[in-house]
Design a protein. Structure first.
Length: 290
């Protein structure tokens, strides 16, 4: 008596592929303005390519083209961010890997891996901001990911399936008690646990605020800060000295300039009068800070 053998590589469900493409777009949108436009564009191009393959399956890349794309994009990330795999580099890399893995998917097992990867991509917007709007947006995308997971395992071929929609909602609701426990009992921190310093090096210059906790590297800038034109007598080169802005106010994290009124230090220690007075005009270079 013959037995029915399960195919080793079952066909993909087009419905879950379309849903994951839409989810991919929703995952990239919050990063617009946070990550370089090049990575955002590449992410959308990869998703558009996968959309095209639904109608034209022959447009799917072979393994050698995928390998070349993966190595090329990895090199591009390395060239852009260097060896520091921080917040921006990790987010950019995950977005690119999401598109590449979706292009590589040939079976429900591959789709399963894409869905699990998307759960990690969903966390990345919180590394940039922790607004309630982002939390609600992430909750909606999280529900769609659960729905795609259910569809991929039940081989459903249409979206209008109330039992599966309810099942996805039930899985989401089961996580709320654990979420409340963490929210009420987890120790409070000054900043979010997922906050990471910006791996872009801070540049010396003039600013109206400074946040030392977010500076991971400081680079000296050789650009012109301001230009001075003296009216009359000009001091010697060794005597040229200007004091920059002094940060007096802090909220515990960031430092800001003192208010326009005189500070206590200036009132207690007036500047000594000098016999030589210089008259000059100071012109700041444009630096988008004021």
């Amino acid at each position: 008596m013959g037995t029915h053998k399960q195919p080793e590589n079952p066909a993909l469900n087009p419905l879950v592929v379309k849903l994951l493409i839409a989810i991919g777009v929703l995952l990239i949108v919050p990063h617009i303005g946070e990550l370089p436009p090049t990575f955002i564009t590449i992410g959308f191009v990869l998703l558009g390519w996968r959309t095209l393959t639904i109608r034209f399956p022959n447009a799917l890349p072979n393994k050698w083209l995928l390998l070349a794309l993966s190595l090329g994009l990895a090199f591009f990330v390395l060239k852009t961010y260097g060896m520091s795999l921080g917040r921006d580099a990790s987010s950019s890399l995950l977005i690119l890997l999401m598109g590449l893995k979706l292009l590589e998917s040939r079976s429900p097992r591959d789709i399963q891996a894409v869905i699990y990867m998307n759960f990690f991509v969903l966390i990345t917007p919180f590394l940039f901001d922790q607004l309630i709007e982002i939390a609600l947006y992430a909750l909606f995308v999280f529900y769609l990911l659960l729905f795609s997971l259910v569809i991929n395992n039940t081989h459903c071929h249409h979206f209008n399936n109330p039992p599966l929609l309810r099942l996805s909602g039930l899985v989401l609701l089961q996580a709320f008690p654990l979420m409340l426990v963490f929210f009420l009992l987890f120790p409070r921190m000054i900043g979010p646990l997922w906050a990471m310093p910006d791996e872009k090096p801070a540049i010396s210059g003039i600013s109206n605020t400074i946040n030392p906790g977010l500076v991971s590297n400081l680079a000296l800038s050789g650009k012109t800060a301001f230009r001075v034109r003296f009216n009359g007598q000009t001091p010697a080169q060794k005597d040229l000295y200007w004091r920059g802005p002094v940060f007096w106010e802090t909220n515990g994290q960031a430092w800001t300039l003192t208010p326009p009124k005189k500070s206590a230090f200036e009132q207690a220690s007036p500047a000594p009068k000098k016999e030589s007075n210089y008259h000059y005009t100071l012109m700041m270079e444009p630096h988008q800070q004021f």
